[in-house]
Design a protein around this ligand. Structure first.
Ligand SMILES: Nc1nc2c(ncn2[C@@H]2O[C@H](COP(=O)(O)OP(=O)(O)OP(=O)(O)O)[C@@H](O)[C@H]2O)c(=O)[nH]1
Ligand SMILES: [Mg+2]
Length: 228
């Protein structure tokens, strides 16, 4: 084994240890954690803005962590919705890791949350390898990126529970085949769930918000002590 491979394996092992701590803490509080991953510009922050807007009228306790290599711009956009939103600037690293999330969570006003939304750094490759203790990875594939991405970047499609086919309003202007994208995503991950979303027109984000509400209900159910 080369020295480089060994160092990477140790880094991932340490990341998994911290992710395990995060997962236990989230389970104790019955906090659902979603990790949104996509190429740069696919629409992660826009989806989170629409989601926070939709959840604004509910009693849910929500917080957002958003990762970028540089700038606080995404957190500035997300702070407008009345929930805590913190930027994690990685300073060059192309993905979030569990220690970054652990440090950011310690800066939240309260760890008692129903929902923690994490926007990863825009990148379809590196974020796939780093467990953040999340309940599910959500991969966002916008139709302007091409339908060939699930087979070209299989790692993230294999690990994601849900794929959002996003910017679906732009479909008529592209050569994107939704059937090909879904078939290829299911070749690498037969279990992957798929929803179509748009931030600018129908069908909107309703299906994604309902999907989150279903996962929240499951999480609460899992956290409830068994009846004797
Ligand atoms: N037509 C259309 N444009 C969208 C939609 N969602 C987002 N956009 C636009 O896509 C661009 C990028 O959106 P962002 O939400 O910043 O994307 P991001 O994935 O957070 O980008 P990074 O954080 O830089 O990786 C912006 O100009 C958005 O207005 C959509 O559903 N339809
Ligand atoms: Mg963003």
């Amino acid at each position: 084994m080369t020295e480089r491979v060994e160092v990477r394996q140790n880094v991932l092992k340490e990341n998994d240890r911290i992710a395990g701590e995060l997962r236990r803490g989230l389970a104790e509080r019955a906090t659902l954690c979603l990790n949104l991953i996509s190429s740069p510009g696919a629409g992660k922050t826009s989806i989170l803005e629409g989601t926070l807007e939709a959840l604004g009228g509910t009693p849910l306790r929500v917080a957002v962590l958003t990762g970028d290599i540089q700038t606080e711009r995404d957190a500035d956009r997300l702070k407008r919705y009345g929930f805590p939103a913190l930027q994690i600037t990685t300073g060059g690293t192309c993905h979030l890791d569990a220690s970054m999330v652990q440090r950011a969570m310690a800066s939240l006003p309260s760890p008692d949350l129903d929902l923690l939304l994490v926007e990863n750094v825009g990148n379809l490759v590196c974020p796939a390898s780093y467990d953040l203790g999340e309940d599910a990875k959500v991969v966002v594939l916008s139709v302007t990126e091409g339908d060939d991405k699930p087979l070209k970047y299989p790692g993230i499609f294999r690990r994601a529970r849900l794929m959002l086919l996003h910017k679906i309003d732009l479909l008529p202007h592209t050569r994107f085949s939704r059937d090909a994208a879904v078939a290829d995503a299911r070749r690498v991950n037969p279990e992957i769930e798929v929803l179509e979303t748009s931030c600018v027109s129908e069908p909107g984000l309703g299906a994604f918000v309902r999907w989150i509400e279903q996962r929240l209900a499951e999480k609460r159910q899992a956290g409830r002590p068994a009846r004797d």
